[in-house]
Design a protein around this ligand. Structure first.
Ligand code: HEM
Length: 628
């Protein structure tokens, strides 16, 4: 009894100088009759409490200590003036696991939260470091820092992305992964000094880079765009949409299948879809699974995702074998531009290059490369094309302005029953169209542009980015930085999480226009030049007040295509696809979006980090052919 009394004395002591009798203890209610009984009861409860608290404290201790250490490290990282310091660590609680769970479960939440915490207006875009399962990721923000990373892109390598994607996402056979990894010669014509001794025809990163740059820009691009836009017209003609209203359950479903078919035929020729008639829908099933596959989910946890990918890979193999057979039967001729079997010189040359690399002499390896190219070419530009269409049809005033703008690029047609054709060179220079395009990519792209200092540590100001550790610029943070972007005026605000068709337009007579933040406009009540129905300046009459599309001053701030040496080589094609398809659709169809007032289709944040976010919900519409 004494013992127990001594043991519990600390826990059972009263909180004031009053005697125990005057204090209301919970165990009084249990009906203890005298002081001894009460003490015994106190001892009993305190002992039980100790038995519960002690193990909990022991279990929690490592977490509390981990948090404490990482918190101190974080503070030190922020306040230290020492040059060459590592970016502050974002504190975490679970040792070793660190941030990997939240990374796997909700990357968007993590980035949005830290964006607010670390890049509030009072600081200077401090980079932040995340840790999980022995991997460190350093996030860089602020236009100057991001631009510096891109400017020094020769110090970095993007190889880690390729290896991760080929392995996790596109299911390349395990034996070819070391082939991608071992090529450290870089993407330039001259291999890095001190790189492994890689045969010239095995320099896969260089060879792929040269081909994509050559065939996706300049004159190499023309056959692709021409064929793509012709295909969009054909897809729309045979869609069965007449001049009577037709209900559809989802605009995205309709548009993505048509655009994918047009794009695949343009880049890979007719046989991919001919030998795999369900490929378009199979592909979008695979696309839906990409967030899980990229995270390296094993087959037993993501069997549906693995199956969706396998189906696409099988289709790629079937196509490659079939087109290859026809090509050989034709005498393996070198068609320039459009190739009747492989669709383009681009796809045929890729096949040829891979077939000279011994480790890639494997139909599974080539199928994975082709799937990767289909993904790069479509998984961003098609959702982005959808968002442009959605915004256009949601706002009748905007729609009428788009229609009159694209009409200036319309080619004469002898057949009014066929979808319209446009001069793509005029189309891609139209200011409003370009502003909508740039704004959609600003708003909807959430890509992690990832680099790794390859040969030495990289220093940026006081910060040191160690060799072989990942450095990431995330477009979401860059595109939602209200210290950079124009958010309208006090009387005509345009938040960064909302679409504003005019954000990239500069009006000669409106000092508050243009994509960049204007210190005066954000704080004072400035009336826009001539308000109109959509709160935008009226541009209908005056020639000298025509707006210009501008991305001036946005280096490191508008980064949907990444930057530096590996800046997306498909950006010109993507722009032509998106603008060309929009022009055809808005001219050829009337669409009514069947959403309640205030209802909006939102982005699917599961795809956060992968590129343009697809829509989360279905967008029901009514559609009919216009009389033009
Ligand atoms: C809206 C559409 C698109 C977006 C937002 C986009 C975005 C990106 C981004 C962020 C990168 C990584 C850049 C970097 O590391 O700095 C990239 C790379 C790439 N993109 Fe795109 N892209 C789009 C359309 C396209 C299209 C249409 C194609 C092909 C037809 C394409 C082909 C590629 C290729 C091949 C790479 C890898 C380049 C290399 O590693 O050298 N992209 N894209």
């Amino acid at each position: 009894m004494d013992n127990i009394g001594a043991r519990v004395s600390f826990f059972a002591r009263p909180l004031s100088n009053k005697t125990n009798d005057k204090i209301t203890w919970p165990w009084n209610a249990l009906g203890a009759a005298n002081t001894d009984q009460k003490i015994e009861a106190q001892a009993y409860y305190a002992d039980s409490l100790l038995h519960i608290v002690q193990p909990i404290a022991l279990v929690c201790l490592p977490f509390a200590l981990t948090y404490l250490f990482t918190f101190v490290e974080s503070i030190y990282g922020r306040v230290s003036k020492k040059p060459g310091k590592k970016a502050p660590l974002v504190p975490y609680t679970i040792p070793i696991v660190g941030h990997s769970l939240i990374f796997a479960l909700s990357l968007s939440r993590l980035i949005k939260k830290n964006n607010q915490r670390f890049n509030s207006k009072c600081n200077d875009y401090i980079p932040v470091r995340f840790y999980g399962m022995f991997i460190e990721l350093c996030f860089v923000s602020g236009p100057k820092n991001v631009a510096a990373i891109f400017k020094h892109s020769r110090n970095f390598s993007a190889k880690a992305n390729v290896v991760l994607a080929m392995n996790n996402l596109f299911g390349a056979p395990k034996h070819v992964i070391p082939f991608y990894e071992n090529d450290n010669t870089g993407i330039n014509a001259t291999p890095h000094s001190g790189a492994n001794n890689v045969k010239p025809h095995h320099r896969i990163h260089h060879i792929v880079h040269v081909q994509v740059t050559r065939y996706l820009s300049g004159s190499g691009l023309k056959p692709l765009t021409t064929r793509f836009l012709e295909n969009v017209g054909k897809q729309m003609s045979k869609s069965g949409i007449g001049t009577e209203w037709l209900d559809m359950t989802d605009l995205f479903e309709f548009y993505r299948c048509k655009l994918l078919a047009a794009s695949i035929d343009a880049m890979f020729g007719p046989y991919l879809l001919a030998v795999n008639p369900d490929f378009a829908s199979d592909y979008w099933k695979f696309d839906k699974c990409t967030p899980y596959l990229l995270k390296g989910m094993p087959r037993f946890l993501a069997s549906g995702s693995w199956a969706a990918r396998e189906k696409c890979l099988l289709s790629m193999k079937r196509y490659n074998e079939y087109a290859g057979r026809l090509h050989r039967a034709d005498g393996s001729k070198d068609y320039e531009g459009v190739d009747p079997f492989f669709g383009t010189e681009f796809t045929r040359r890729r096949n040829e290059a891979f077939s000279k690399m011994e480790p890639m002499m494997d139909e599974d390896a080539i199928a994975a490369e082709h799937l990767a190219m289909i993904w790069a070419a479509n998984s961003n530009s098609i959702p982005a094309a959808f968002w442009m269409l959605y915004e256009a049809f949601r706002d009748p005033f905007l729609l009428s302005r788009i229609r009159s703008e694209v009409d200036t690029a319309r080619l004469p047609s002898s057949n009014p029953d066929e979808p319209p054709r446009f001069d793509i060179n005029i189309l891609v220079k139209l200011p409003l169209l370009q502003s909508i395009y740039a704004e959609v990519l600003r708003l909807r792209t959430a890509v992690l542009v990832t680099r790794m200092p390859e040969r030495n540590d990289f220093t940026l100001g006081n910060w040191l980015f160690p060799k072989d550790k990942l450095v990431i610029a995330d477009s979401y943070t860059a595109h939602h930085d209200d210290m950079v972007w124009n958010t309208g005026t006090a009387t005509d605000p345009h938040r960064l999480d909302e679409f504003w068709a005019e954000r990239f337009l500069t009006y000669p007579n409106d000092p508050n226009s243009g994509p960049l933040r204007h210190a005066r406009a954000q704080h004072e009540k400035v009336t826009p030049a001539s308000p109109s129905a959509s709160g935008s300046p009226d541009i209908t009459n005056e020639k000298d007040r025509r707006p210009k599309f501008s991305t001036d001053g946005l280096t490191g701030a508008w980064i949907p295509y990444g930057g530096g040496q590996t800046l997306c080589p498909g950006r010109h094609y993507a722009k032509q696809e998106m603008l060309g398809a929009l022009a055809i659709l808005v001219t050829w169809f009337d669409v009514e979006i069947l959403q309640e007032r205030g209802e909006k289709t939102g982005p699917d944040c599961k795809h956060f980090g992968l590129g343009v976010l697809p829509p989360l919900e279905k967008t029901p519409i009514k559609i009919r052919q216009r009389r033009i």
